[in-house]
Design a protein. Structure first.
Lengths: 640, 443
């Protein structure tokens, strides 16, 4: 979605990036598990997390919010990827020093100020993503800067922390997680908020990603890097968007968020013009009796199950719940997303009723009950008593927030590059020391050893690719950014294949297969290595590569070897090829006579069609050229 | 907070010199940068070279005193004021339950400012930490001790037993005793004997994950214990803890048959040689074992809270030094519980020392280090020799329970012979005469 003419500067767009990168360590952060991912989860157990009271007698609002939802959490575990530590049935083991070293190398590469002693903290998170109810996290360094082509971005903090469990399901009563990813070491880098276009923000993330990959100490592949972004615009609160997995979604999401915030500010201005004040938002009223015989299926069901119907008057809101300053940005939608989080299906509001089985009579009695005039709006919802009450309170708060413009909240990305409400942003007081892990002093000796491991800037690596392997800059960057840069290095050093062929296969060919709808995640390194080894031995030609990969990804064959057999594309031997070319040339003598050297491309086409990927094009060309010359010479000789 | 908790040597010196206190907001200038944060206490086992502050983002960091140029106080720390949330509405018809705390924390709140964990000990603290309690009982809370469970002694058993007796006599419908888990099995055995005739349920409860963490098992265990104390149809002493890894089912273990069998799991407590006597699930008590003493309204019962601590629990092992027995005998020990091998054996080379001990009036009894199963000393010569010598076989009694029972038996009798008779008598379900087909019978 591109909305022409948004002036991001005028909008006051500011974006802070927070990158979470998995580290490629041998073991997890606080236990000896070596497997970071599993496919099967044979064990399961259920838990409930409870917010801990703080000394102020209050529980964290985000923690309370999660607890109130009253869900049980179901964990699936695999024996290889988790032990009692992940199940929160055993205290954490010693902090993984390999992970500490990786985080320190990243800190050194960013010129960050490394702290003298590491303290592991518990950051309260009770959505179930951590079995303990907190994430273990350590500040490793403060400050520093990331240099990109265009600018220098300030680094705020660098932390080493454990990854969370993998969310796999969320139903009314259960939230489900797999434990394999829990406790995998992550480095978290928080950058200071920057002004700029969404594209510029994305480029900063890309630069940081490249710097991380240059350390060779980070994990690769989908899900191994996640970005959180903090987006704000002039006059609005900071909105946190958590868990963006794909880098190329960042600019789209920033674009959407900027637009959403602009839209909310426009709604705010409209409310201001109508002189709506916070006290104009009414108190919720129980209106269950109005809907006792309703035709609306959802409300009827809710009442049947012992639930209630609540409504609230929003003075001066008429028309503003459906008002859409930009596509899909409207208050009604924001409210519906919000109550879904309390386990409610959604809301009904004045701008869309009568509809959904709610009759005009019901709407009229509701208006009388709420004392609604034609300038006013109302919101209505139904559900179990406690959920409905929480939901309507959230609506009241959201309506008040509408008078301020953009509320302070946590959102998540949608697959199409938009954002949706997740929860209110957590309060600040939610960290306390992890007393099970002693503090660790960072010695000068350790740092001076690690200094030597700080990678060269990634730009130098790109130049190295270009000069050593003769890659174009574009191809060099593509290889570097791909998951396969290590594989590329291994293949070009092990084989005689032209580096550009390896690079293009690992980037362009795979990208086009992915665009054609194939899931290229099925291609593991050993399959790709087999492919290149076959090419190196001359058993297949490079022209056959896309065809082989397609067959493999369709699941029709299990290995490269099978593909070769199946396609019958074992490369034609030079002898065979020469015979074939001679036969075709023989058959095309008339043509050669007629057109001379210009017959070449026609005959070439014929040969390639017959060999169908079994012969190297360049080789065919050379042989064919020779043969045509021979024929022409022969003709000449005989005629003289 | 006036003391510089955990600081010593150079780190303590620099803080004292700078006249700052824990909880103060301070600025620390180092050769490289400046940090602002709240001065935190230091772990006592950590080195004396770092000063710990909490940054405004909530993280703690340690700063090497050798890099510090100056420490300046920005503002004095404020003591947090704890305002408890409003007390939940309590229905008037609920039973009165006494919660006696002995140490360890079954409920707590965290001071995120300093990281300190404060136990919730009063009834209102408990209600606010675990509001669900208000559904089951009117709570009275009392602290009898605040010690780690490994510091528990017979002296405390007596204190707890007397407190329980006092509460029962004043009309409480059930008693909950919160206890650290390490020695909870010993205390439950001690109370089982001292309060053998108690007319209401006395429920010991603890937690394997500390109550300051959201994943703690404490709240569910406490709710379950209060439920059993208020609603169970039986009387006697029990332990209520998680049945498995999940926060759903709790097991009710007989106080003399329960053992901590894992260092860290939530389901560390297991009933040995019998199944749990009941389970708690979804707010109700089910699968209650037949034959438990029924609850009664009587307030009149005798407590026998005396223990003679001159009893040792000795684990036999290859190359066991029999002089240890001599040592105990010469030091005036009154009883020895042996944790023998297999069916109840110790090496024949211990026989003369054991014989001497028995001759000198030491009560010697046999349990098995196998934990599960029963001693049977008539099967092999070794066992027969010990029997002839006068070593008392204790059937399927847990070694720890046997130790506690012997302390109690010697504390409540005048002669070794009387104590021996008491040891043979099944007082609180500690002896099972029949062995179930399954070791851990399925529910």
């Amino acid at each position: 979605m591109v909305i022409e003419g948004i002036d991001y500067k005028e909008l006051g767009l500011k974006v802070g990036l927070e990158i979470h990168q998995q580290l490629a360590t041998k073991k997890k952060l606080f236990c000896p598990c070596e497997k970071f991912q599993s496919d099967t989860f044979e064990l399961s157990f259920e838990r409930r997390l409870r917010p801990t009271q703080s000394e102020l007698g209050q529980v964290d609002p985000a923690a309370m919010f999660e607890f109130k939802k009253g869900k049980m959490i179901r964990y699936g575990a695999n024996r290889d990827s988790s032990c009692l530590v992940e199940a929160d049935e055993e205290p954490p083991h010693d902090l993984n020093m390999e992970a500490v070293e990786s985080a320190l190398i990243v800190a050194l590469a960013l010129n960050s100020n490394i702290v003298d002693e590491l303290h592991t903290m518990r950051k309260i998170v009770i959505d179930g993503s951590n079995t303990t109810g907190f994430q273990r996290t350590i500040i490793v360094a403060l400050g520093g800067s990331l240099k990109t082509h265009h600018r220098e971005v300030e680094v705020q903090t660098i932390c080493l922390e454990e990854d969370a469990a993998r969310l796999t399901g969320d139903s009314k009563d259960f939230r489900e997680y797999y434990l394999d990813r829990l406790c995998v070491p992550l480095v978290e880098i928080a950058l200071a908020p920057v002004e700029g276009s969404p594209q510029e923000v994305q480029e900063i993330a890309l630069s940081l990603g490249r710097l991380l990959r240059a350390t060779k100490r980070v994990a690769r592949g989908l899900g191994t890097i996640r970005q959180d972004i903090n987006v704000s615009t002039k006059g609005g609160a900071v909105v946190e968007v958590k868990g963006i997995q794909k880098l190329d979604m960042i600019s789209k999401i920033v674009e959407f968020e900027a637009l959403r915030q602009k839209g909310l500010m426009e709604i705010k201005e409209e409310l201001e013009e109508r002189f709506v004040k916070p006290e104009d938002i009414g108190q919720p009223i129980d209106v269950t009796d109005i809907f006792e015989d309703t035709e609306c299926k959802i409300i009827r069901q809710a009442i049947k199950e012992g639930g209630i119907v609540l409504a609230v008057r929003l003075k001066g809101f008429s028309g503003l719940l459906v008002y859409e300053p930009y596509p899909e940005i409207r208050l009604g939608k924001e409210m519906a997303e919000m109550v879904r989080f309390y386990g409610l299906g959604g809301i009904y509001h004045s701008d869309e009723l009568p509809r959904y089985g709610i009759t005009i009579d019901e709407v009229e009695s509701l208006k009388r009950r709420l004392e609604i005039s034609k300038e006013d709006g109302f919101v209505l919802l139904a559900g179990p008593k406690d959920r409905a009450e929480d939901g309507i309170v959230a609506i009241v708060e959201r309506s008040k927030d509408a008078l301020q413009g953009v509320p302070y909240e946590t959102r998540g990305p949608t697959p199409d590059g938009k954002t949706r409400y997740i929860r209110p942003r957590p309060g600040p007081a939610r960290m306390y020391p992890e007393t099970d892990i002693p503090p660790i002093a960072i010695t000068k000796e350790l740092l001076s050893r690690l200094e030597k491991e700080v990678p060269k800037p990634w730009e130098e690596q790109i130049e190295y690719y270009m000069s050593k392997y003769g890659l174009s800059k574009k191809l060099a960057l593509q290889v570097y950014d791909s998951e396969y840069s290590d594989l590329f290095g291994a293949v070009v050093s092990k084989t005689k294949i032209q580096p550009s062929v390896v690079a293009a296969t690992l980037t362009e060919t795979l990208i086009s297969l992915s665009r054609a709808g194939f899931d290229i995640d099925f291609l593991d390194e050993s399959t790709l290595t087999d492919l290149f080894l076959s090419l190196d031995k001359g058993r297949i030609s490079k022209e056959a590569i896309p065809q082989i990969l397609e067959l493999f990804l369709e699941g029709k064959i299990g290995s490269i070897e099978d593909a070769i057999k199946r396609l019958g594309i074992v490369t034609i031997s030079e002898e065979e090829l020469l015979q074939l070319i001679r036969r075709i040339v023989e058959e095309s003598k008339d043509l050669i006579r007629e057109r001379g050297e210009r017959a070449f491309s026609i005959i070439m086409g014929k040969v390639m069609k017959i060999t169908r990927g079994r012969a190297d094009g360049a080789k065919v060309g050379t042989l064919l050229k020779n043969e045509i010359e021979n024929v022409m010479k022969g003709e000449h000789d005989s005629s003289e | 907070m006036s003391e510089l908790v955990g600081y010593r040597g150079p780190s303590s010196d620099i803080l004292k010199k700078s006249k700052v206190m824990i909880g103060d907001l301070i600025e620390v200038a180092t050769s490289k940068t400046k940090y602002n944060g709240v001065l935190m206490p230091r772990y006592e086992y950590a080195d004396d070279l770092h000063v710990v502050i909490k940054l405004s983002n909530g993280y703690n960091i340690g700063i090497d005193v050798r890099n510090i140029q100056a420490i300046k106080r920005i503002s004095v720390g404020e003591k947090p004021h704890f305002t408890a949330p409003p007390k939940p509405l309590i229905k008037p018809n609920l039973p009165n339950i006494a919660i006696i705390s002995t140490g360890g924390t079954i409920a707590s709140r965290v001071d995120y400012r300093t990281g300190a964990v404060h136990p919730a000990l009063s009834a209102s603290d408990l209600y606010s930490a675990v509001p669900e309690l208000s559904r089951y009982a009117i709570i009275d809370a009392e602290v009898v001790s605040s010690i780690f469970s490994e510091n528990m002694t017979a002296e405390y058993w007596k204190l707890i037993a007397l407190k329980v007796a006092e509460k029962v006599r004043s009309g409480f419908r059930g008693i909950v005793v919160t206890h650290g888990t390490d020695t909870m099995g010993y205390t439950s055995a001690a109370l089982s004997f001292a309060l053998a005739e108690v007319p209401v349920p006395v429920v010991l409860v603890g937690s394997q994950r500390s109550s300051d963490r959201p994943s703690s098992d404490a709240a569910l265990n406490l709710i379950g214990a209060v439920l059993v104390a208020s609603k169970a149809p039986f009387s006697g002493v029990y332990v209520v803890m998680h049945s498995g890894m999940s926060d759903d089912v709790l097991s009710v273990h007989l106080g003399t048959k329960v053992r901590k069998n894992h260092t860290s799991r939530r389901d560390a407590f297991e009933s040995i040689n019998i199944p749990p006597v009941a389970y708690v699930k979804g707010g109700s008590i089910g699968e209650v074992m037949d034959g438990l003493p029924p609850r009664s309204d009587s307030k009149d019962f005798a407590a026998r809270p005396d223990f003679d601590t001159r009893v040792a629990l000795i684990k036999f092992h290859p190359d066991f030094d029999p002089e240890i027995i001599d040592y105990l005998t010469s030091r005036g020990y009154k009883g020895i519980v042996l944790e023998g091998t297999g069916l109840g054996h110790v090496g024949g080379y211990c026989n003369s020392q054991l014989r001497l001990a028995i001759e000198k009036g030491v009560l010697v009894a046999m349990t098995s280090q196998c934990i599960w199963g029963r001693v049977r000393m008539t099967v092999y010569d070794t066992g027969r020799d010990l029997l002839v010598m006068g070593v008392l076989p204790l059937e399927d009694m847990l070694p720890e329970t046997a130790l506690v029972k012997m302390m109690w038996a010697l504390g409540n009798t005048r002669s070794v012979e009387d104590a021996k008779e008491l040891m043979k008598k099944n007082i609180a379900g500690e002896i099972g005469y029949r062995s179930d087909l399954e070791r851990r019978p399925a529910r």
